[in-house]
Write a protein that binds this ligand. Structure first.
Ligand SMILES: N[C@@H](CCC(=O)N[C@@H](CS)C(=O)NCC(=O)O)C(=O)O
Length: 220
């Protein structure tokens, strides 16, 4: 099984299935396709069905789209509890994951994942305030229900879906409640997340469109 991923510093979508594979101890190879450099988009289009990462290859089968990859892993490894075991919790987990996949656009656009950067206060709260409020309600409600440290107690794919939010909150020092702060700390403390972070911090590539200076210059 091979996962095609983007630069670890920036590729928030790649992080999600990578965390699932790593945390649940599923054997896989990884191959990085850079999101920068000469003809990077052309190379991505040639190597993937959608011109985007992540992509999972399992033998002849090629799966694009983060949610589809995670669902495939959950079905391929049914003993791993990638989603919560309880049917109601599983539905809640999938609902949260789908909401993350389809939404939070203001936060995603204004505050791209950039693990090695520190840009406290650079993201205007009037731009991302509604998304943060929704995260407080959604994640806060699930954490209250489970008692933490993860959304459904133990780490599941739902937490993998929100891991890049933890990264964004840290990079831009976005104010959140202590409940969400503790949750994001738990993600940062996860062995699999630390492994990704360690690799990301060693990268030196710049993906200009994911840098806050570039985003600010575009919105002026
Ligand atoms: N809907 C896709 C989104 C994937 C995505 O946007 N990946 C980014 C990297 S994090 C990408 O490939 N960007 C290249 C581009 O959009 O040209 C998914 O869920 O996997």
């Amino acid at each position: 099984m091979k996962l095609l991923i983007g630069n670890k510093n920036y590729s928030s979508w790649s992080l999600r299935p990578w965390l699932v594979l790593k945390h649940f101890d599923i054997a896989f190879e990884e191959e990085m396709l850079l999101l920068n450099g000469e003809n990077w988009k052309q190379k991505l289009l040639e190597a993937t069905p959608t011109g985007c990462v992540p992509v999972l290859a399992d033998g002849e089968l090629v799966i694009a789209e983060t949610i589809a990859i995670i669902e495939y892993l959950a079905e391929r490894f049914p003993g791993k509890a990638i989603w919560p075991v309880d049917i109601s919790e599983r539905a809640q987990a999938r609902s949260a994951a789908a909401e993350m996949h389809a939404g939070f656009n203001a936060l995603r656009n204004a505050a791209p994942m950039n693990l090695r950067a520190s840009h406290p206060g650079r993201v205007p709260m009037d731009t991302i305030g509604a998304d943060i409020a929704r995260l407080e309600t959604l994640l806060g409600g699930l954490l209250e229900q489970s008692g933490g440290p993860f959304l459904f107690g133990a780490f599941t794919a739902a937490d993998a879906m929100f891991a890049p939010i933890a990264a964004r909150v840290k990079t831009y020092q976005i104010p959140v409640s202590s409940c969400l702060g503790d949750y994001f700390d738990a993600i940062f403390a996860l062995k699999a997340f630390k492994a990704w972070l360690g690799d990301a911090l060693e990268e030196t590539w710049i993906v200009e469109q994911d840098e806050i200076d570039f985003i600010e210059s575009e919105t002026e």
